[in-house]
Structure formats: C-alpha cells, structure tokens
Design a protein around this ligand. Sequence first.
Ligand code: NDP
Length: 256
Amino acid sequence: MNANQDPFSLDGECALITGGGSGIGLAIARCMVEAGARVVLAGRREALLAEAVKTLGGAAGYVVHDVTRLEEAPHLVRQAENAAGAPVSILVNNAGIHLKKPAVETTEADFQAILTTHLCAAHALNRAVLPGMLKRNHGSILFIGSMASIFGIPLLTAYSAAKSGMLGMVRSLATEASGQGVRVNAIAPGWIETPMMRQALDGDPARRDKILSRTPAKTFGRPDDIGQAAVYLSSPAASFVTGVCLPVDGGASIGF
Ligand code: NDP
C-alpha cells in the first residue's frame, strides 16, 4: 500500500460471497463494491441473484450454486474467476440456513444439513481458493458466525455447533495461512434485520423482547453494519488482524 492509498479501499480485489443474493451477503457485496472490489454472488435462487446483481452495477456477477454440493466447490471458484476476470482474493463464507428446534426433536438429518451448509461447505470452498491465495501471497477469508458462536441460546443445538465450529476453523486456518499472506477472520453478527432473522423471530415476541433488553444499543442491526465490518476485515486497514471473531452486535455479547 502506498502512502496515498485509502487503507479501507478494496481496489483490485475480487470477492466471492456465498449467499450473496439476500440479507447480510448482499449488504457485504454492496459495501465491498462501494469500496472498489469486484464481487461474485453465489446462491441457489437465480432470480434473486440476478435481481441483486442489477442493484450492484457493473462490478458484480453471479453463479448459481448450492454450497452443499461440496465436490463442486472448485468449479464454483473457476466460474467466479471467469465471471470476474480475476482471481478470487476475498472469500466470504456467508451462506446459511437456520434451524430452531428443541434438541430432542433435532434429527440426525437436521443436524447434518446444518453442519454441511455452514461448516463442510466453508471447508470445501477454503480448499478451493487457498492454493491460489497462498501462491499469490494475498487473500482474506471471512466467516459469518453468530451470537450462537459465543453463548448458549436455547433451541439452536445444531446451529450453535456449526457457528461455534467456525471459530475453531478460523483459529486453525489463521495459524496455517497468515504467514503466507492469507488472513482468516470471522464476524459474529448480533440480531440483524434480514429474512432469516424475521423467520427466527416471527411469532416469538418473548425472544424478540429478550434480545432487545440485553442489547445495550437497544436496536436490531442493519445488514450494512456487517457489510462495513467485512470491508474493514478484508482491507489493508486490517493487515495485522487475523484469527479473530469480531462481534458486530450493538453490545449484545457483553450486555446483561
Ligand atoms: P438470508 O436468509 O437472507 O440469507 C441466507 C443466504 O444463504 C441466502 O441468500 C441463501 O440463498 C443462501 N444459502 C442458503 N443455503 C444455501 C446453499 N445450500 N447454497 C448456496 N446458498 C445458500 O439470511 P441472513 O442474511 O440473515 O444470513 C446470512 C448469514 O448470516 C448466515 O450464515 C446466518 O447464519 C448469519 N447470521 C445472521 C444473523 C441475523 O440476525 N440475520 C445473525 C447471525 C448470523 P439461496 O436460498 O438462494 O441459496
């Protein structure tokens, strides 16, 4: 970085964002484009992705992809690089599904589906992008964790296992890759206004009240709050930040 360069700029970077067609992923894409990056969104619903890309302008593209098809991760990376005309230098493991169920009702299939979407898919994609990043000595891998990565929330056994597991992956991978120019971090969003949060809280006013009562900022977050944090963690401003989980939560994780 030269002295005149904005340390928060993502000029020249190419970000692959899973689940980029909606909610937090789309906000990350918007903020990264504003910071100068090219972005490629991946998800299962083509109409959603096409609509999202229209709002992002010429620096954005998409690939229809189901992250649970683990063996297709290298193909996704190749398609993303073709769409962007550049190697992927930022990977955002954001795609996710929610499951709110008592532990005794959570079947093995439920549990496996959550682990596959959040953890196994992230591992497959990391493996697909890492060789190139390590060769170029440059890259940022971000995981989107959760408050369930940090503390116990009832009815979320499978989701909590996945989101807590992410933090172990972040720490381990950071120790392997950071010496070769690839930083690995997570963001733990608090409760952010998205379709997933509405699904999780609709019909559960008690949980909604509990969240707000323990959030010092007294409000839910906006997707852009996570988007800007993702820009920071992927930018030269964070060049000495690796292996961390940054809560972006209005203080929920330290509230009483
Ligand atoms: P959304 O439901 O809006 O977004 C989830 C995205 O993931 C969708 O775009 C969906 O696209 C994609 N997705 C799901 N499954 C797959 C799959 N198998 N393959 C590819 N894409 C997939 O929710 P959010 O934006 O809220 O969630 C984004 C991330 O943030 C998730 O990891 C979630 O756990 C996390 N999070 C959210 C919080 C919140 O309060 N909203 C709080 C903490 C964490 P499609 O269905 O088209 O594939």
